[in-house]
Each structure stands twice: as structure tokens, then as C-alpha cells.
Design a binder for this molecule. Structure first.
Ligand code: ZN
Length: 286
């Protein structure tokens, strides 16, 4: 009962928001959280609250302490839900969960890839590509770094599923499957296939102690970039610490992750994924 009371303010917020916002566009990845709650008959509110409580602590896979912190933030006022809805109304590939268990849609290939020209940053080789928004954000970030005397270099960026298959096979052949799985994704399951992830050079553990590595750790978030596989989170992300691998998620999502999820991208994306999935059965019944 205490749990239910806890979430009443949050539900109130969602009801208000769902009445005041237009329906989202028909993108298949776009969640329908607003409609879910709007369509909920009054008599089913308690059932909905029970669902909400269960998935926020179960399906999202958050540690108990963090889940409680998130739930408290959500219950405190409209900010949390407002920020979440703003993210969900944006490009779904900014927040899509891509990890060892969650792959991209079959054959996914971004439509707006552009060549990395190496404006304010260096490139390790020709032909590196990113999606347009990520490339622009990389240039903006690299320019800021350069004004502080730090040079960023892109070592790897977009990888097609076919190319990722080659990379993964090479890692397995060089280091064995177990070691390969700690730092290389199977095709279809790589953040690099989104066209939104960059490995900064040099791509090795020494990167963390370079000027670029330290600068990025401190400043990347201001430009919409998020460290995907932080130190000490292998059990959470499935990957060992990769100080060089950043994913562009946009400014709103970086702030959301920093504010509510201790800066851990994986937790924030797991939460959003659980939110979307919890909407699916209700959407089907509408
Ligand atoms: Zn990478």
C-alpha cells in the first residue's frame, strides 16, 4: 500500500502530461507511454501502479538502491517525466538499448552517414563515418578541446553489420572467444552499427591517461557524448572498461543519465527500454 501511495504523484503528472501532449509520430520504435496512461480506466489505476512498481525494480535491472532513487525522483514532481518524454520524442536511436542481449533491427543501416572530415579532430584512417548529428557534435567537441590544447582523434566510428562480423571474427581468432566477448560485439549488437559511437585513438588502455582521455571524461557530456563502458561496470555493461568508446546520445539524455542514473549510460538505457516494453502490451490492447 505504501508503494501505491508513493506513485500517486507520478501518475498525476503523467495524466496531466498525456492530456496536454500530441500523440507521437508513427515510428515503430517510438514508445506510447502517454497513450498507455491516458487510456487507463480509473478502476485500473492500482493495477497500473503495481505494474509500474514491478518493472521499475525488476525489468529495468537496476540495483535496488538506484531504483529507489529513480522512483523517488519520479515521484517528487513532473521534472523526471517531462525530461523522459522529451527524450522519447526525439530520435529513437539515441536511446535504443544496444548491448549483448539487445540487438538492432535486422539489417539496420543509418540513412544519414557522413564522412568524418577531420575538421578540428584527427582521423586514424580514411573512410570513417558517423550519422550527421553525431559528426556535428564531434566537431563541436573537438573544437572546444582544441581551444584547450587537446587534440581528439577518431580511431573507429560507424561499422556495418558485415564489417562488425569481420572485427569480431578477428578478435576471436587473435584472443579467443572469451576475451573477444569482453570488448567486441557480435554483428547486430554493436553500438558502432548505430553510426553514433566513436572509439578515440589510441584504442587501448593507455588512452585513459592521455590528455584526450582525461578531457573527454570530464567534458564529453557537455556535447551529448556518453562513456559507454565505464571502469568497474563490466558486470553491468558486459564489456570491460573502454576509456576510448563514447556514444552520442544527445544533450537531454546525457543530462537525464547524469541526474538520475549516476552517469551510467547502461542503467539509463535499461530503464528507458523497460519503460517502452512495459507500454507494449497495453498498446496492443488499445
Ligand atoms: Zn568501440
Amino acid at each position: 500500500m505504501r508503494n501505491i501511495l508513493f506513485f500517486l504523484p507520478l501518475l498525476g503528472c503523467i495524466f496531466i502530461l498525456s492530456c496536454s501532449r500530441p500523440a507521437p509520430a508513427g515510428d515503430e520504435l517510438r514508445p506510447m507511454a502517454q497513450q498507455t496512461v491516458t487510456a487507463e480506466p480509473q478502476g485500473e489505476r492500482e493495477a497500473f501502479i503495481d505494474d509500474y512498481w514491478r518493472w521499475s525494480f525488476g525489468d529495468a535491472g537496476l540495483p535496488d538502491e538506484l531504483a529507489r532513487k529513480v522512483a523517488e525522483s519520479a515521484a517528487q514532481g513532473p521534472d523526471f517525466v517531462m525530461e523522459l518524454l522529451e527524450i522519447l520524442e526525439g530520435d529513437p536511436y539515441l536511446y535504443i538499448l544496444v548491448d549483448k542481449q539487445h540487438g538492432l533491427p535486422e539489417g539496420y543501416e543509418p540513412e544519414d552517414l557522413v564522412d568524418l572530415s577531420g575538421g578540428s579532430y584527427q582521423v586514424s584512417r580514411e573512410g570513417l563515418k558517423l550519422r550527421r548529428a553525431a559528426a556535428a557534435a564531434l566537431e563541436e567537441m573537438a573544437l572546444a578541446a582544441r581551444t584547450e590544447g587537446v587534440t581528439l582523434a577518431a580511431g573507429s566510428a560507424y561499422r556495418s553489420a558485415a564489417y562488425q562480423a569481420e572485427v569480431y571474427a578477428r578478435e576471436v581468432s587473435n584472443y579467443g572467444q572469451e576475451a573477444a566477448d569482453r570488448e567486441s560485439a557480435r554483428p547486430g549488437y554493436s553500438q558502432h552499427q548505430t553510426g553514433l559511437a566513436v572509439d578515440f585513438a589510441p584504442i587501448d588502455d593507455a588512452f585513459a591517461d592521455t590528455a584526450a582521455g582525461r578531457w573527454l571524461l570530464k567534458n564529453a557530456g557537455s556535447f551529448g557524448w556518453s562513456l559507454s563502458f565505464p571502469n568497474g561496470y563490466e558486470a553491468v555493461t558486459g564489456y570491460r572498461w573502454e576509456s576510448w568508446h563514447y556514444r552520442y546520445v544527445g544533450n537531454s539524455l546525457v543530462r537525464f543519465i547524469d541526474t538520475y542514473f549516476d552517469g551510467v549510460q547502461q542503467y539509463g538505457l535499461q530503464f528507458i527500454n523497460a519503460w517502452i516494453e512495459s507500454s507494449e502490451p497495453k498498446r496492443a490492447g488499445l
